[in-house]
Design a protein around this ligand. Structure first.
Ligand SMILES: *[C@@H]1O[C@H](CO)[C@@H](O)[C@H](O)[C@H]1NC(C)=O
Ligand SMILES: *[C@@H]1O[C@H](CO)[C@@H](O)[C@H](O)[C@H]1NC(C)=O
Ligand SMILES: *[C@@H]1O[C@H](CO)[C@@H](O)[C@H](O)[C@H]1NC(C)=O
Ligand SMILES: *[C@@H]1O[C@H](CO)[C@@H](O)[C@H](O)[C@H]1NC(C)=O
Ligand SMILES: *[C@@H]1O[C@H](CO)[C@@H](O)[C@H](O)[C@H]1NC(C)=O
Ligand SMILES: *[C@@H]1O[C@H](CO)[C@@H](O)[C@H](O)[C@H]1NC(C)=O
Length: 802
């Protein structure tokens, strides 16, 4: 292998401590004469001027993530810039000055359940503001060991991969199985993060991940290469992981499911970053896929940058055998449009990683004529224009520099996190008014007193203090939160741990506590760590055996039992559904989760969300092949295609009050396929005893015969195209209105084109419990569909050099 750049390798040995304050702005004194520092020129002119001043060896310094303290070109006064910090539900930073730690929201699956776009925007806004402040303070990312890069201003989030399969280890990071909902989440988080109080500059940048179809972690046995490679569906070494798998995906599923949230986030949300994924799709590793990365700019008007996932460039060669050498993997990545490389890192080493292949290989590859310098310059155009748009080459006296350290975990940010947390707990069962609770309560189960386990993954520093031994002592647990709101609460663990077997002594104590109480809150579930996590998938979706036995024993005591379930990916809980009197799906409810749960259980709030995912039963793992990414294959993935009977369906969720829907317009409407539009007005009436929130979801169902028989789209059962959350006082009502156009009812052809078919549809407005239906007829010319957005097919698989 060519070892291009000993200079960079040597310097890596002198990486300084993470907390060191690095210069953040270019064009400081002594450099301001460069034309690229002239803020009267356009960003394009400034970027071109800078690029033509860079020497070849300097270019890759600007193309590697987490390269502090390298990544600077001091000759031109350009400081290092750290591409990469995660912000999945809060900035993954260490605490700021004054012991102000970043605001941590509930995990995204709870946020999805809130069905509230303002709440998603609010989280994005909090992240953008806090990131600016923490970046200014020179804080580092929150990872062990201690030598960490300082923050940049681009978040490697949101995760807009859909929940394809409950076994996937990262379901907790994403809001839903529905591409429309995930897309709206991506739109609002992008706007909240990127657009702040200075309209002339970006506040920060999102990086949508993982583009695309990274909905499997590993390890699964599967068809191996390399002889057949690059045939599709292979996993070199026969071990399918996110690094090796080459997923088979039809144009239909790519367009309608896997790429759709990315498209919305870019087209409607203006997202300016994309992370290409480890996996390959139909023969092409994502970061070497010209078609996939080209589509971003060509079809969606993407104006941002693309980063590879950490180690993904390496994977092109080592895991996919798609290139004959690491150098050629670099050529393929740069030429495909992977503008920034995030190199893998070695445990215990300072992060980045002068070992980045971009640093080592690019100058020599260009000199040897194997990589065009134009491709390198194009990558620089993408990354540098964002740095200019962030204001990093302007006078630092800018609105975003005036965020004080007090904005971090400010009272308004805390209020936003609490507010959204309350909206995403889902009441699945409440037999005979078991809830709200009153009287003597005991809290039993492995999650009764957990703290860190309520939070999910990708955490910033949560409690101030020593980073080396991260503490979660400041996180309230469910027992404490109930005790704070109610006088008569006891607790008993019941089990030694989440995945532990019954322990007779602990069980006896729990039974005694249940016997002495009037209500039992049983806090069950899984965790983000030993059971579901990045890098591995679950192989079953049941509750751990010990918890099922605990449930049995406690249910036999005969007190009303409320199960509070803690999880990211769904848990098949038939026994809980049968034996508990009330069930609350609490996800990973986050830093303010325990108090939101306590408030809801005690009836102090009545907000509740709806399921953003289907809760399947235990047979799921027998019926679905983890390696199949075909959404339509029987019995069909997600509520859109599933023909079986779920334990609880997508969109389901109860309340302490009841709501009625009544249609305020005709039961049947006609719209023109071209330019036609109608509004369906509906009244939401709170007919029950309490004030409360309700969510109305708008779905469409193509009528039999509207779509061509035998097409993949004909398997679509229903599709969400709108939703609205409202607060309605008891006895009061609210009016909502859902706009319907031919585009709201769009479906996809087998070839991936977004189209409208003339014909009949049912539009269903639903609370998940009650619904009203309207017949919609789309009137057009004949049977041929109207093309709304063409799908440019992937080029034929190239024969390969391996
Ligand atoms: C980056 O900065 C360091 C000192 O902070 C300096 O030694 C090094 O030469 C700079 N690198 C470049 C490429 O300018
Ligand atoms: C993917 O498709 C190819 C070609 O149709 C087929 O040979 C292979 O078995 C499929 N792989 C999987 C995992 O479905
Ligand atoms: C509770 O409700 C169920 C129906 O959900 C009913 O069959 C049962 O009699 C009720 N039990 C009590 C104690 O009210
Ligand atoms: C206890 O409850 C009160 C009233 O709801 C609230 O203001 C306070 O923050 C809670 N304390 C803790 C530690 O959660
Ligand atoms: C389910 O998987 C867990 C590991 O996540 C394992 O401990 C448990 O034994 C499995 N349960 C069954 C029924 O296979
Ligand atoms: C939606 O979220 C916003 C922002 O958090 C909040 O102000 C609003 O009350 C929520 N809407 C409902 C109906 O809960």
């Amino acid at each position: 292998m060519m070892l291009g750049w000993t200079f960079a390798v040597g310097l890596s040995l002198r990486l300084s401590a993470a907390d060191e304050h690095y210069p953040r702005y270019g064009c400081s004194k002594g450099y301001e004469h460069f034309p690229f520092c002239n803020s009267k020129l356009t960003v394009e002119e400034r970027v071109e001027d800078l690029i033509q001043r860079l020497e070849l060896n300097e270019k890759p310094l600007l193309m590697v993530a987490r390269l502090a303290p390298l990544g600077n070109v001091s000759r031109l006064g350009i400081p290092q810039y750290d591409w990469g910090v995660n912000c999945i539900h809060g900035v993954q930073s260490r605490c700021g000055d004054g012991s102000r730690c970043p605001t941590s929201f509930a995990a995204p699956n709870l946020l999805g359940a809130a069905f509230n776009e303002s709440a998603w925007w609010a989280m994005g806004h909090v992240i953008g503001v806090e990131l600016r402040s923490l970046w200014k303070q020179g804080k580092g990312e929150n990872h062990p060991p201690t030598q960490l890069p300082p923050l940049g201003l681009d978040c490697w989030s949101p995760n807009v991969n859909i929940v394809r399969d409950p076994r996937w280890g990262r379901n907790m990071e994403t809001p839903s199985e529905d591409p429309f909902l995930v897309g709206r989440f991506g739109v609002q988080v992008s706007k909240g993060v990127q657009q702040g109080k200075d309209p002339s500059r970006l506040q920060a940048i999102v990086t949508l991940k993982h583009f695309a179809a990274n909905e499997l972690e590993g390890t699964w046995p599967g068809p191996g290469g390399p002889a057949q490679y690059p045939g599709t569906g292979m996993c070199p070494g026969q071990k399918c992981t996110r690094h090796t798998i080459d997923v088979n995906i039809s144009a239909y599923d790519l367009a309608s499911s896997y790429l759709a949230p990315f498209r919305s986030s870019v087209v409607d949300g203006g997202a300016l970053g994309i992370m290409c994924s480890y996996n390959a799709i139909n023969g092409y590793p994502s970061c070497a896929n010209k078609w996939l990365l080209g589509k971003l700019r060509k079809d969606w008007g993407f104006q941002g940058y693309v980063s590879g996932d950490s180690g993904a460039v390496d994977d092109i060669y080592r895991s996919h055998w798609f290139a004959p050498s690491l150098e050629q993997a670099v050529v393929k990545a740069v030429e495909a449009g992977t503008d920034v490389q995030s190199a893998g890192w070695t445990h215990g080493q300072p992060w980045a990683t002068a070992n980045a292949e971009y640093l080592k290989c690019i100058p020599d590859l260009v000199r040897a004529g194997q990589l065009s310098e134009q491709a390198v310059d194009e990558a620089l155009r993408h990354t540098l224009s964002l740095r200019f748009r962030l204001g990093l080459f302007d006078d630092p006296d800018q609105p975003y520099e005036h965020f004080s350290p007090e904005v971090v975990r400010s009272s308004s940010h805390v209020a936003a996190a609490i507010d959204s947390t309350e909206q995403g707990l889902v009441l699945l069962k409440n037999e005979n008014g078991t809830l709200p609770l009153s009287g003597r309560i005991t809290v039993i189960g492995p999650h009764a007193t957990t703290r860190r386990e309520l939070l999910g993954n990708y955490l910033g520093q949560i409690c101030p203090g020593n980073q080396k031994e991260e503490s979660f002592g400041c996180v309230e647990n469910i027992y404490e939160a109930l005790s704070n709101l109610s006088t008569d609460v006891t607790t008993a663990p019941g089990l030694p741990g989440i995945d532990a077997d019954l322990d007779p002594k602990l069980l006896a104590e729990a039974v005694a506590a249940a016997t002495a109480a009037q209500h039992v809150v049983l806090a069950l579930g899984i965790n983000a760590g030993s059971i579901e996590r990045e890098g591995s998938d679950r192989h079953n979706i049941t509750l751990p055996e010990g918890q099922l036995r605990l449930l049995d024993a406690i249910a036999r005591v005969g007190r009303p039992v409320t199960v509070v379930l803690i999880n990211g990916g769904i848990v098949a809980i038939s026994p809980v559904k049968a034996k508990a009197n009330a069930v609350v799906e609490a996800w990973y409810p986050g830093f303010f989760g325990a108090r939101a749960i306590a408030g809801a259980l005690l009836g102090k709030s009545n907000r509740w969300g709806k399921l953003p995912v289907t809760i399947y039963d235990e047979t799921f793992t027998d019926d679905f092949d983890m390696l199949s990414f075909d959404m339509t294959k029987a019995p069909g993935r997600t509520y859109r295609y599933f023909t079986g009977k779920p334990l609880w369906p997508f969109g389901f969720g109860l309340s302490y009050t009841t709501f009625a829907l009544s249609l305020q317009g005709p039961r049947s409407v006609t719209i023109l396929q071209k330019g036609g539009t109608t509004k369906i007005p509906v009244q939401v009436r709170n007919t029950g005893p309490m004030d409360g929130d309700e969510v109305v979801m708008a779905y469409f169902r193509p009528a039999q015969g509207t779509l061509p028989a035998g097409s993949r789209a004909a398997k679509l059962r229903q599709q969400l195209f709108g939703f609205e959350r409202v607060a309605v006082a008891h006895g009061q009502d609210a009016m909502l209105s859902f706009e319907v156009t031919a585009a709201s009812l769009q479906v996809f052809t087998d070839a991936g084109d977004a189209v409208s078919y003339a014909g009949k549809y049912t539009v269903l407005l639903s609370t998940g419990n009650v619904d009203v239906a309207v017949d919609v007829t789309v009137v057009g010319k004949g049977k041929q569909p109207v093309l709304l957005e063409p799908w440019e097919p992937h080029q034929a698989i190239e024969s390969l050099v391996v």
